[in-house]
Design a protein around this ligand. Structure first.
Ligand SMILES: *[C@@H]1O[C@H](CO)[C@@H](O)[C@H](O)[C@H]1NC(C)=O
Ligand SMILES: *[C@@H]1O[C@H](CO)[C@@H](O)[C@H](O)[C@H]1NC(C)=O
Ligand SMILES: *[C@@H]1O[C@H](CO)[C@@H](O)[C@H](O)[C@H]1NC(C)=O
Length: 496
């Protein structure tokens, strides 16, 4: 029996190496014999056998297997990609796209993987599967793809949805949480409020937002892709999409914020005695006959009038405007452009109401990298809008870990931990950095060393004089590099 299993296994191995796995979907699931089971198993119409074995199978009682003739864990002809055989400490980005299946090997580190896996995960996360040799120690998980988040549908027909990242799924992200929300044409996020401050970036389409603050002042504005709003904790607000629908990203300054835990106008009306409601807004009991019987959450609405003036209500206490405005039309701000990409910053210096939200929208071109830096006092919450990139987070004193990101991914970097964001794809990498700080700022490693006495730098790092002399005295923000991320594998170690 064991001989047969071995023979079948080698056959199956030879077979699966040659042909794509016959699966529904094509995510590279392993197939063939595994764990002593040989699929496909026969289909039967009645039960047979027993659930448990007996004592004859206990070690010492059972017949010994012959390891030479039993199951094999050899992976014949492992397929390595460009750069995979290079010194692990070079940490080249490994593009596993062409490897079927990829192998967790880097230089002399690691070996083949014969076992259970769905290798599309490994293709998406080459730096977790075959980490750079420089990764060390324990760094908590700092990545959450929204594609793994539970998606909550709105009420009513096809009105929208929202999915979120918080400490339930990413425990290290204690200071901030995020929600990716979709509203169908004219749909609403119901009137609501919460204990966290809310900062939002419009991703697609346009919405009308309205809010009231604790001074009795009101606010209404229209924002479109690239624009931002901020609602202070406790301030009730509404969001309604225009004809083309909308998608936006919400960032909250509480790591355990949950979109499912907000205060809702529908529930406020459901959870108070009707006698009290009647007294509060001076209404007959019949006025409450048609209030919703359940929360609305995200729901379809009547189209808002195009002209915002049609919805103007004048508050005797005034209007929220000027430097207290709840919106910033960020899409109209031109970015600061540098070789390799661009950066634009929105922080309380120009958007004062969002007191502690300091943000940057960064574009990094192929081959380029957001330089190695850290933020002095704040954790960083980041969101990838497009492209693919990787981040190595170095934490004190001697640990680091590298994570790979694609569009829809959330990243988190603890305060003072150094990191870079390298474009690992062949299109622009677009991402948002969010800090809880009164001003967007960072420490640039290159600038720090450039502004430190040369003798000090030389005594520490033994870098060549020419390298120290060429260090940039101003933050590069983004640095250019070879678009071929494995170029260093082939040449003489020269930078360009
Ligand atoms: C908007 O206001 C104008 C002027 O008061 C009015 O004529 C028009 O009917 C209004 N439109 C809507 C959609 O309310
Ligand atoms: C906002 O502007 C008003 C006057 O326009 C000024 O008195 C106030 O100090 C400003 N507030 C901030 C936070 O800059
Ligand atoms: C990238 O560089 C490596 C090492 O020199 C080389 O083998 C590979 O062909 C290059 N890739 C491309 C796409 O040029």
């Amino acid at each position: 029996m064991l001989h047969l299993a071995g023979a079948l296994f080698s056959l199956a191995v030879a077979f699966t190496q040659a042909l794509p796995a016959p699966q529904i979907g094509n995510y590279g699931e392993n197939s063939g014999p595994v764990g002593g089971v040989q699929p496909p198993t026969p289909t039967v119409t009645s039960t047979s056998g027993s659930l448990r074995g007996d004592s004859s199978l206990l070690g010492g009682n059972a017949p010994l297997p012959d390891p030479d003739k039993s199951d094999s864990a050899i992976v014949p002809n492992p397929q390595l990609v460009n750069g995979q055989e290079a010194d692990a400490n070079l940490g080249l980005y490994l593009n596993f796209d062409s490897a079927n299946p990829p192998q967790p090997i880097r230089g002399a580190k690691g070996t083949t993987d014969p076992g259970p896996r769905t290798f599309d995960y490994e293709k998406l996360n080459p730096d977790l599967y075959a980490p750079p040799g420089t990764d060390a120690g324990d760094v908590p998980n700092l990545m959450w793809p929204m594609g793994l988040s539970h998606n909550r549908a709105g009420t009513g027909k096809n009105s929208g949805w929202a999915r979120q990242q918080n400490t339930d799924v990413l425990p290290a992200a204690t200071a901030m949480a995020g929600v990716d929300m979709r509203l169908a044409p004219n749909a609403y996020r119901e009137l609501h409020w919460h204990t966290a401050n809310e900062w939002a970036l419009m991703l697609k389409g346009c919405v009308r937002v309205s809010a009231v603050d604790d001074e009795g002042r009101n606010f209404i504005d229209d924002v479109c892709a690239g624009d931002v709003w901020f609602f202070p904790a406790g301030a009730p607000h509404s969001i309604q999409a225009f004809d083309e629908g909308a998608e936006f990203l919400l960032v909250f300054d509480q790591g355990d914020f949950t979109e499912d835990g907000t205060f809702l106008v529908s529930e406020l009306f459901l959870r108070n005695p009707i006698e009290v409601l009647s007294k509060d807004i001076k209404a007959d009991i019949s006025a409450f006959d048609n209030v919703p019987t359940d929360q609305l959450y995200i729901f379809n609405g009547t189209p808002p009038p195009k002209d915002i003036k049609n919805q103007t209500i004048t508050s005797p206490d005034g209007t929220i405007s000027g430097n207290e405005s709840f919106t910033y039309h960020w899409s109209q701000q031109k970015p600061f452009t540098v070789p390799g990409g661009s950066v634009k910053i929105l922080d309380p210096l120009t958007f004062p109401i969002a007191k502690m939200f300091s943000t940057a929208l960064v574009v990094v071109q192929p081959g380029a990298m957001r330089e190695i830096h850290w933020h002095t006092t704040s954790d960083e919450w980041s969101f990838f809008l497009q492209g693919s990139g990787r981040i190595t987070v170095y934490t004190a004193p001697a640990s680091s870990r590298t994570f790979d990101f694609t569009a829809g991914g959330v990243g988190y970097v603890p305060a003072a931990a150094s990191h870079y964001i390298e474009n690992t794809g062949d299109e622009d990498l677009i991402f948002l950095e969010v800090l809880q700080a009164p001003k967007f700022s960072d420490i640039s490693v290159a600038q720090w060393l450039a502004l430190t006495p040369k003798q000090v730098v030389k005594d520490h790092l033994h870098l060549p004089d020419a390298v120290i002399d060429a260090l940039p005295k101003q933050k590069p923000l983004i640095v250019q590099g070879n678009k071929n991320l494995t170029a260093l594998a082939g040449g003489d170690g020269r930078f360009e």
